[in-house]
Write a protein that binds this ligand. Structure first.
Ligand SMILES: Cc1cc2nc3c(=O)[nH]c(=O)nc-3n(C[C@H](O)[C@H](O)[C@H](O)COP(=O)(O)OP(=O)(O)OC[C@H]3O[C@@H](n4cnc5c(N)ncnc54)[C@H](O)[C@@H]3O)c2cc1C
Length: 295
């Protein structure tokens, strides 16, 4: 049994916003794979829930007129992975969320819940950072858009107000067209484990496919929030593909992160992962973007 005070099944986005506004302590539940664990652990025991699970307009993946990919937040990980738009244009995101938990969790857990829990370890987060995703939040006063890099405020803290819902995750055409991506999750085992470190790279090559035009490097669990490594990105842009470039990117990334020691891994081990996974993810992303890697 779960210790829940009240459960309200919202019928629409305005209905959910009204229910949250009426109860300053109510908690949104979508798939419930984080919230129900917290209730059982006692951290949210006795809370009131506003369920958005049945709101159809919060579900699905769409292509907007200008080529922006729109992912509704209550879309499950499985649906994200297997959706034809994701598979065609941003397969890296489908691969990243296919590494969450096990099949049951991927069927119930949602991409919006993964972003809104504010966890640096969220498997969607570093890839969404590398895709420059934009979030749309809706509250009683209307909608606002926030860049994902500005959404995370600290461990488990985000820019979302209590009575705001995440209603859309967008990836703009300029951030995926011509790019190849790769995500590496390092965990102690392959399934049902949270990332010790997550590394995502998105890269666009020049027409000759021998130099980097635009590289984005992002990490989860390398800092209190997911982060981008802008110095490593800047040094890679415009450079020919070479082993020395990979080494430089890895070494520079280490100077930009601030991982901590936890029971999963020491800070030193995470720093070693940052250097190594930067190189591996960049190489694979280059291959996925149509380039060649000789090392
Ligand atoms: C066994 C197990 C294994 C797991 N493994 C992984 C893993 O490998 N990688 C990983 O990243 N995660 C993992 N998780 C965590 C979890 O599955 C994800 O974080 C999932 O994405 C949460 O989505 P949900 O819909 O279930 O969220 P919920 O539990 O419903 O909500 C999560 C949080 O987001 C808020 N929220 C949800 N939707 C919205 C919205 N639209 N607007 C505003 N706020 C919202 C809720 O209030 C809550 O704070 C695991 C969980 C379990 C139980």
């Amino acid at each position: 049994m779960y210790d829940i005070e009240k459960l309200y099944l919202a019928k629409s986005v305005p209905d959910a916003i009204a229910a949250l506004t009426a109860d300053p302590d109510a908690v949104i539940i979508s798939g419930g794979s984080d919230v129900l664990i917290k209730i059982r652990e006692g951290k949210l025991a006795g809370c009131s829930l506003v369920s958005i699970h049945g709101i159809r307009e919060l579900n699905g993946v769409f292509m907007e007129e200008d080529g922006t990919i729109l992912i509704r937040p209550a879309t499950s990980f499985s649906h994200v992975t297997y959706h034809p738009i994701i598979q065609k244009y941003i397969p890296v995101l489908g691969d990243a969320v296919d590494q969450v938990g096990g099949p049951q969790i991927r069927n119930i857990g949602t991409i919006g819940g993964n972003v809104c829990n504010g966890a640096t370890s969220a498997d969607s987060a570093s890839t969404l950072f590398a895709l420059n995703a934009q979030l749309e939040l809706r509250g009683p006063d209307g909608s606002r858009r926030v860049e994902i890099a500005d959404f995370y405020k600290g461990p488990g803290r985000t820019d979302r107000a209590h009575n705001e819902l995440l209603v859309a995750i967008r990836v703009r055409k300029k951030d995926y067209e011509g790019f190849g991506g790769h995500y590496i999750k390092y965990a102690q085992r392959n399934a049902m484990d949270i990332a010790t470190l997550g590394c995502a790279v998105n890269v666009k090559l020049n027409p000759a496919k021998d130099a980097i035009e635009d590289m984005r490097l992002a990490f989860g669990v390398a800092a209190p929030t997911p982060i981008r490594c802008h110095k490593a990105e800047a040094l890679a842009n415009g450079q020919k593909i070479s082993q020395s470039l990979f080494d430089e990117v890895g070494k520079t990334a280490v100077t930009e992160v601030s991982p901590r020691t936890s029971w999963r891994a020491s800070k030193e081990f995470r720093l070693q992962l940052v250097e190594e996974l930067s190189k591996r993810a960049l190489k694979q992303a280059i291959i996925n973007a149509g380039g060649a890697v000789n090392a």
